[in-house]
Design a protein around this ligand. Structure first.
Ligand SMILES: C[S@@+](CC[C@H](N)C(=O)[O-])C[C@H]1O[C@@H](n2cnc3c(N)ncnc32)[C@H](O)[C@@H]1O
Length: 249
């Protein structure tokens, strides 16, 4: 699959996954005992809506947003300048399956809508060493809200992310990996619509026109429309959970 089409679909959107400034704030205020100048790593930052929010919430922080797609990092620089927080933000282009940081480098690791790329278990285990002992890890991940999903929903997830778990399943993985569970909450439906699906819906007609002779792109766009329809019809059966862990027990 030509993944550049997916990146194009999501460039210059407010964000590239479900989330909101209110949810970022709510979770950040739950993080206990950060140092005065915390080092924060934002993995899979996209164009960095949550990066800028974190810089505002923690004005003395040093924030390292990491993404594999360089145009998102350019977008972050522009947004950080506009928000007056650029001096606190140092974007790094890297892959999350080989993060180029020393052990114990960060007080807080943040990953909104990105750990699924390598999987929760792998992400929790691989990234643990770069969080200082006693540091924190906040991330969002898709979860089941029901044990009995509708057939339409079950098929969608089976085809797209069969690893989806419930909150208890993620907790077991986290505790087995050596983290302590601090708290978690589900993202409200508005966090899917306001800064994510609604801007995508506005963009779809132009992309469908642009790629009308491109079968692969048409398939990706149809997949996006299906995803949005499924969420519109079944918002109570699954969602994103924001989870806060401590590194260690
Ligand atoms: C669903 S988006 C979430 C973006 C942002 N955190 C948000 O919530 O709006 C996932 C992000 O992971 C990035 N990504 C995908 N594969 C990656 C990899 N191997 N290493 C680093 N980033 C990656 C994508 O470029 C994208 O920005």
């Amino acid at each position: 699959m030509d993944t550049s089409i997916i990146f194009t679909l999501f460039e210059n959107l407010p964000r590239q996954g479900p989330g909101s400034a209110a949810c970022t704030r709510k979770m950040f205020t739950n993080v206990p005992g950060l140092p005065e100048h915390p080092a924060i790593l934002d993995v899979g930052c996209g164009s960095g809506m949550q990066t800028i929010d974190l810089a505002r919430l923690s004005p003395k922080a040093r924030i390292t947003p990491v993404d594999i797609h360089a145009p998102y990092l350019a977008d972050i620089r522009t947004r950080a300048e506009a928000a007056g927080v650029a001096e606190h933000i140092s974007p790094v282009q890297a892959s999350m399956d080989g993060l180029p940081f020393k052990a114990g480098s960060f007080d807080l690791l943040w990953a909104e809508g990105s750990i699924f790329v390598i999987g929760v278990e792998r992400g929790l285990c691989a990234w643990k060493k770069i969080i200082r002992p006693g540091g924190f890890f906040a991330f969002t991940e898709a979860v089941w809200f029901t044990d009995t999903p509708s057939p339409d929903v079950a098929t969608f997830w089976q085809e797209n992310y069969p690893d989806i778990k419930d909150v208890a399943g993620i907790r077991t993985i986290a505790e087995t990996a050596g983290y302590s569970w601090i708290t978690s909450f589900p993202l409200p439906a508005s966090a899917w619509w306001d800064d994510y699906y609604t801007p995508i819906i506005a963009r779809l007609p132009a992309l469908e026109k642009k790629y009308r002779n491109h079968a692969e792109a048409q398939e990706i766009l149809a997949g996006m429309k299906r995803e949005i329809r499924i969420f519109r019809e079944y918002p109570d059966e699954y969602g994103y959970q924001f989870i806060l862990l401590k590194n260690g027990t």
